[in-house]
Design a protein around this ligand. Structure first.
Ligand code: PLP
Length: 451
């Protein structure tokens, strides 16, 4: 039998881990996970970790959820995969039926894909081709918000705004993307607050549209919550204003709900906090409960119709991926919807959300290095700062968040922060007891690092 050291050595000999400086693994070797149950993971030595980040925000209803696992097992006996051009299958058809019931109004056409970045790529291409085919070929630019993250393929990076991911590749990216100053409610340059402002910062978008609105294809946003930027939360009013601005200029609105979809913000989708709908929406992550790689680019009848023509007119959307519409992913997604509905997941999650935020405020809200604890749905983000009064951040070279992450692992908590922003974004099924344990473990780690 191999020892843990041997497994780790073999891992390091061959595996190039995502989003990692591999040299860091010298002091923090990979944790080899054996199994998961609910909100917990267990390594090959039996040590327990609370998965408070839902394994990169994907795991929606706990690891090895019996309902989802059963659904996949059943489907495995029938059909594992099939080419999705010309051929179809019941799980995909059923899934569209289910999703139409919960999606913002007007989103009724589904283009399947196998990962989040891919869904964004498809959305950008779809928007571009739509504008071209309705006689708006002069539109070639895209807009996004600063701090945005939409994935890491070349197109997705081109509408992303985080240097960590994009800086190195600038020469490879679309040059024409317009980056609009995003709302920054913690350090609001207007001195206003998230709860009472009228989104004065929206003037940045207005200025950009005045200048470039007529040659812009689409604007893509992470609605309400800029995840990778550090769980930055902004008001729903911003999205409603943006919808009206897009309509005035003929610019399409793409909502990237890959992180916010399926109950993460307290409603099924972030756009459900508004009275309006996007033209294109991308979903992934929670879609299959974090079980299987699947994503969908969802759009309106109007956009779909602009591609509908005789074959020789060359108007089709030929974008395709081999694993599009994978039936195993579809049955997992169907099981997720069944649980959400039958177990009243949203209702329960929202009750727990109030409690969780209060409990976190009580536990660490007064800490001299906690700038704010912002929250939406069950997501809570703790922004660590050097100075609470001035909101001055820690020197990034100190890697404060990373140091707390390492200590938290020792205590059995998988916290993986975004820079110096610690956050909870656990499976919706996570119990109060587990949250209490997680808070305790986080406090110990914070104490070790921050005093
Ligand atoms: C995770 C994420 C993506 C990228 O999805 P992948 O499956 O990792 O390619 C895109 N947009 C948002 C908002 C995300 O959170």
């Amino acid at each position: 039998m191999k020892t843990t050291q041997e497994w780790v050595a073999e891992d390091l000999a061959h595996i190039w881990h995502p989003c990692s400086q591999m040299k860091d693994y010298e002091s923090l070797p990979p944790i080899v996970i054996d199994h998961g149950k609910g909100s917990y993971l267990y390594d090959i030595d039996g040590k327990e970790y609370i998965d408070i980040v839902s394994s990169w925000w994907a795991n929606l209803l706990g690891h090895c959820n019996p309902v989802i696992s059963k659904a996949i097992e059943k489907q495995l006996e029938v059909l594992e995969h099939v080419i999705f051009a010309n051929l179809s299958h019941k799980p995909a058809i059923r899934l569209c039926d289910e999703l139409i019931k919960i999606l913002p109004k007007g989103l009724t056409k589904f283009h399947f894909n196998d990962n989040g970045s891919g869904a964004v790529e498809a959305g950008l291409k779809m928007a571009f081709q739509y504008q071209h085919q309705i006689g708006q070929a002069q539109r070639t630019k895209f807009m996004c918000l600063t701090g945005s993250y939409h994935g890491e393929t070349i197109g997705a990076l081109s509408v992303g705004s985080l240097d960590l991911f994009a800086e190195m590749y600038q020469p490879m990216l679309m040059k024409s993307t317009i980056h609009i100053e995003a709302p920054d409610c913690y350090r609001c340059p207007y001195g206003l607050t998230r709860e009472s402002c009228q989104c004065q910062c929206f003037e940045q978008a207005e200025k950009a549209f005045e200048r470039d609105g007529h040659d812009t294809v689409a604007i893509i946003v992470e609605p309400l919550l800029q995840g990778s930027a550090g769980m930055r939360i902004y008001p729903a009013l911003y999205l409603e204003k943006l919808r009206h601005l897009c309509d005035a200029y003929g610019v399409l609105l793409i909502a990237d709900e890959i992180a916010t979809g399926f109950g993460r913000t307290g409603k099924m989708f972030a756009f459900n906090h508004t009275q309006v709908s996007p033209d294109i929406m991308t979903v992934s992550k929670g879609l299959t409960g974090g079980y299987l790689p699947m994503s969908i680019t969802i759009t309106t009848q109007q956009i779909y119709d602009a591609f509908y023509a005789d074959y020789l007119e060359h108007k089709a959307f030929v974008h395709s991926h081999t694993y599009a519409g994978n039936p195993l992913g579809c049955v997992a997604a169907l099981a997720v919807q069944k649980i959400m509905r039958e177990d009243k997941m949203l209702e329960k999650a929202n009750k727990r959300a109030l409690w969780l935020h209060e409990t976190l405020e009580e536990a660490v809200g007064g800490h001299k290095h906690v700038g704010e604890i912002r929250h939406i749905g069950l997501i809570n983000a703790i922004e660590l700062v050097a100075n609470r009064e001035t909101k001055q951040p820690f020197d990034p070279s100190k890697r404060t968040g990373y140091a707390i992450y390492k200590r938290a692992l020792d205590y059995g908590l998988l916290l993986r922060p975004l820079g110096d922003v610690l956050y909870f974004n656990a499976p919706l099924t996570t119990t109060k007891d587990t949250y209490r344990q997680a808070i305790e473990r986080m406090q110990k780690a914070m104490k070790d690092v921050l005093g």
